[in-house]
Design a protein around this ligand. Sequence first.
Ligand code: KG4
Ligand code: ZN
Length: 359
Amino acid sequence: MTLNTSSEELEYILGVETSCDETAAAVISLDGVLWANVVASQHEVHRRFGGVVPELASRKHTEQIEEIVQKAIRLAGINLNQIKAVAVTQGPGLAGALLVGVSFGKALAYALGVPLIAVNHLEGHVASAWLAHPDLKPPCVVLVVSGGHTHLYFVPRFQEYQLIGRTLDDAAGEAFDKGAKMLGLDFPGGPALDRLAQSGNPQAVRFPRPYLNRGGLNFSFSGLKTSLLYYLRGLEKDGQECVRPDVAGGYQEAIVDVLVEKTFRAVRRHHVHTLAVVGGVSANSRLRLSLEKRADESGVQLILPSLDLCTDNAAMIATAGLWAYNRGEFASWDLDAKANLQTRLSSLPQSTDVQLVRQ
Ligand code: KG4
Ligand code: ZN
């Protein structure tokens, strides 16, 4: 991603993201250009616990949020009085972690005398597709694939979303993280498994492709980790060596196959020629390769944001914040963090029925 270097008289939105274990701030001008995107990961804090510890995440956000916001403002080369609104992630995410960003954003917006904007984290991920590719023209299909969500949307028009598929249990990112843990990999598991699999043969060990031929456009990943568990137990019982790169490769291939197959099924069903894949798991090297190959073969325009826009960041929150700013949608001063925010993008049907979530 390239950042601009001169910011003169423009007006800006500040984006703040603290939904999980990344403290992030970004600055975007009202014409949609990104000027600063700062992400402080907390991986070191959580590593020894093998997963995100919510209380520690909140504390770390509290410790570093001011510094991160100041850094973003400094990098953008702007003054506080050029900020026209502050956009914060309201949810979904960890309640305590979200609360830090919401409280900080609220206080800053109030002090600056500018409006506060509440952003749904999922809409933030969707917005990263437009940040990466401002000319992206609906109709299109968007797959949001992260640590907490695996959601397929049909987007008939800009900022209008129909949920057409979702995971019925674990998210794809969870499948990566849990699989990585079973293979004894370091936190965060997804990227570690991705790296390990690069030296393995993805065809050497075959895992099931859950829900590939049923469930419409829905996904299910919880059975996959059980298959891995039984596979590893079987090896141990038989005293056989575990070729970890091959196992990681086979496990990853199963997740990637299902994601790619169902996503392109959605593309066909909705007769679109454009597809965007966003969220932390879209940083996976095998998934990116497989999507690119399939898009090439089928003549589909594929939007894959750069890696820094796939995993959690505030540039996507600032972008979705800008959309809300242009719609004139502002939050009240009693805005609360919502761990299970169910508005707009996340009002989820259990079936494969199409649901219109914003008109
Ligand atoms: O979007 P994100 O940063 O946070 C959520 O909103 O959840 O996604 C985090 C998820 C984690 O499960 C992480 O393991 C996964 O994305 N992830 C990856 C890769 N990079 C991040 N999974 C597989 N391969 C990767 N390279
Ligand atoms: Zn996320």
